[in-house]
Design a protein around this ligand. Structure first.
Ligand code: SF4
Length: 211
């Protein structure tokens, strides 16, 4: 957290979390695709990234691994120039071999029952297992309440996840919402040995897009 980064936000998602704060990337009943999405060739994205004085890139979405075949070429090319990458993913799609080894950190965020997704869609055991085998993968859970913490504990037991690889983040789109859950959640993290994270951009800029 706090590292200067270029964010590459990709459209479309294979889930539909009720509290999603980037519905403009996939909810075409409430957002206009033509307004929200810019379709670019890989070479154009590469040029836009290179225009920033920053060599760390966070690829997010939506669910970015839906487009990982195209991403592989971009990542390969920029890694050769010295760029480093993180990928934020919902943990339902396994990374292709071309991505493995080139991504410095996987921020895997499996969605819990309170996200409102059918578990058959949001919980893909083979993919979670694949990520548990990557030492550069961390598991970040969005926490709305107590039942989420219980579910995370059960998942950690099932997948034998060490608590130091698990981060709990309060759900919230305003500083007040985050603050309201943070004291309780940080206590839960201490109790279970998990790491606590917050949403720095919300604390700094609220829910303003493009920051
Ligand atoms: S997985 Fe992420 S982008 Fe997709 S609906 Fe859930 S929160 Fe939104």
């Amino acid at each position: 957290m706090g590292m200067p980064s270029v964010f590459l936000r990709l459209a479309t998602c294979n889930l539909s979390c009720t509290w999603c704060d980037t519905k403009y990337t996939w909810d075409w009943q409430n957002f206009d695709y033509q307004t929200e999405v810019v379709e670019l060739e890989t070479s154009e994205i590469q040029q836009k990234i290179q225009a920033f004085d920053c060599s760390h890139v966070v690829i997010t979405g939506g669910e970015p691994l839906l487009q990982q075949a195209e991403l592989t070429h971009l990542v390969e090319s920029l890694v050769a120039e010295g760029y480093t990458f993180e990928v934020e993913t919902n943990g339902t799609i396994a990374p292709l071999p071309g991505m493995l080894g080139r991504i410095g950190q996987w921020n895997v965020s499996p969605k819990l029952r309170t996200s409102g997704n059918p578990s058959v869609k949001s919980h893909v055991p083979s993919t979670i297992e694949a990520f548990t085998r990557l030492t550069e993968a961390y598991f970040k859970f969005v926490i709305t309440g107590e039942s989420d913490v219980e579910e995370v504990c059960a998942l950690c037991d099932w997948y034998k996840l060490t608590p130091s690889r698990v981060l709990l983040m309060p759900e919230g789109r305003t500083p007040d919402e985050l603050q309201g859950k943070s004291e309780w959640l940080s206590g839960e993290c201490v109790k279970h040995g998990f790491r606590f994270t917050t949403r720095l951009h919300i604390l700094l800029w609220g829910d303003k897009r493009g920051r």
